[in-house]
Design a protein around this ligand. Structure first.
Ligand SMILES: Cc1ncc(COP(=O)(O)O)c(C=O)c1O
Length: 367
């Protein structure tokens, strides 16, 4: 164990990312081209054409620093969400927004509330500032908002809510979120992390940015990594009232979103056809996946994101064992033992043929 740094930094367990395709190819002696990666909830269509074209133009100017204030991207977001530009904070992915919020609002020893089985970065962001985590037991693998409201203490500075949640895919209807926001003390900042919002069916969509007008302690966090297909560029954003946004902007690195990412994000934001194609593929892929799970008699958590959490065995090694067997067949999924779910795997929804490859491999492994 290192002798350097504070205890709370040494206590951090590193984030476990999905294995890169090249690494699996090397490790298992496989052909990269045949590997299917359904491990990081990425968009199977990749980068939209509109973003590629915008990046090609922006590339000419890469000798210069990016626009530190992201003027054009903020203008596009401002128009899209009908909020003033100074209510927007740009992030190097929405992970950056989560980190910035922890740095801006939490001091060492103060508490942060989030749910069991919620996104791993909430724990990391809390630990990174020496915060005290109050982890509220999940209800049916999702957030128990009543219990979370009740768990808030006098030293609580921040609450993370993921909707839909990763890795469980659970969803909280608008009315329940609003009832929760009414209960949270006004000096406690709530980050509503909506990384998967664009995958919600029309009947579940609600414009949470409008709540930001009512709740000065609310931060809505969104990303271009999932439905917009720009995970590798790292761009996300937050919407909050100026008092909160101003502090986040003081903490953020001045050039945290690079020029290509800014250009690509503007193009993707206006690419309705790309979003629609992705949402439709996702809905169909979800049916394909869950039909296979039903056929195999596997329990899964109904998901509102672009991934599904499925239980692959009853023993504590089941997830790791099935994961390894799938890797050997060139299928990368995500074990979630680090979330306290060692019997489960999280599978991102891919293209129909990728889903089929996974399903075939899973059937072999479980046979
Ligand atoms: C719930 C949730 N929030 C935030 C993120 C962060 O994504 P990014 O930093 O790529 O925007 C993820 C990524 O997996 C996520 O699942």
């Amino acid at each position: 164990m290192s002798q350097f740094g504070p205890d709370y930094v040494r206590a951090i367990a590193p984030y476990q990312a999905g294995k890169p395709i090249a690494e699996v190819a090397r490790e298992f002696g496989l052909d990269e081209a045949k590997i299917v990666k359904l491990a990081s909830n990425e968009n199977p269509f990749g980068v939209p054409e509109s973003s590629r074209a915008a990046m090609a133009q922006a590339a000419a100017d890469l000798g210069r620093y990016p626009d530190a204030n992201g003027f054009e991207l903020k203008a596009a977001l401002s128009a899209r969400y009908d909020v003033p530009a100074d209510w927007i904070t740009l992030g190097n992915g929405s992970n950056d927004i989560l980190e910035i919020a922890a740095h801006a609002f939490v001091q060492k020893g103060e508490s942060v509330v989030y749910a069991q089985y919620s996104f791993a970065v909430y724990a990391l962001a809390t630990q990174g500032v020496g915060g005290r985590a109050i982890v509220v037991p999940a209800k049916d693998y999702g957030h128990d908002l009543d219990a979370m409201a009740a768990a808030i203490q006098s030293d609580t500075r921040l609450v993370f809510v993921a909707n839909p949640n990763n890795p469980t895919g659970t969803f909280i209807p608008a009315a329940e979120i609003e009832a929760f926001l009414k209960k949270v003390p006004s000096n406690v900042v709530v980050v509503l992390d909506e990384a998967y919002n664009e995958y919600l069916a029309a009947e579940h969509q609600f414009e949470s940015s409008t709540w930001v007008r009512t709740y000065p302690n609310l931060i809505v966090s969104r990303t271009f990594s999932k439905a917009y297909g720009l995970a590798g560029l790292r761009v996300g954003f937050a919407i909050a009232q100026p008092a909160v946004t101003d502090l986040m902007n003081r903490i953020r690195q001045p050039f945290n979103v690079n020029s290509l990412a800014q250009a690509a994000a503007i193009a993707a934001l206006n690419d309705k056809a790309f979003l629609e194609k992705g949402a439709q593929n996702n809905a169909e892929g979800y049916q394909q996946m869950t039909a296979a799970f039903d056929e195999l008699g596997l329990q899964y958590v109904p998901s509102f994101g672009n991934f599904v959490l499925v239980k692959v065995g009853d023993d504590e090694q089941a997830g790791a064992r099935v994961n390894l067997a799938l890797l050997k067949q060139g299928v990368i999924v995500r074990p979630v033992g680090n979330y306290g779910l060692p019997q489960w795997l999280r599978i991102s929804i891919g293209l129909p043929e990728e889903n089929a490859t996974f399903i075939e491999a899973l059937k072999k492994v479980l046979a």
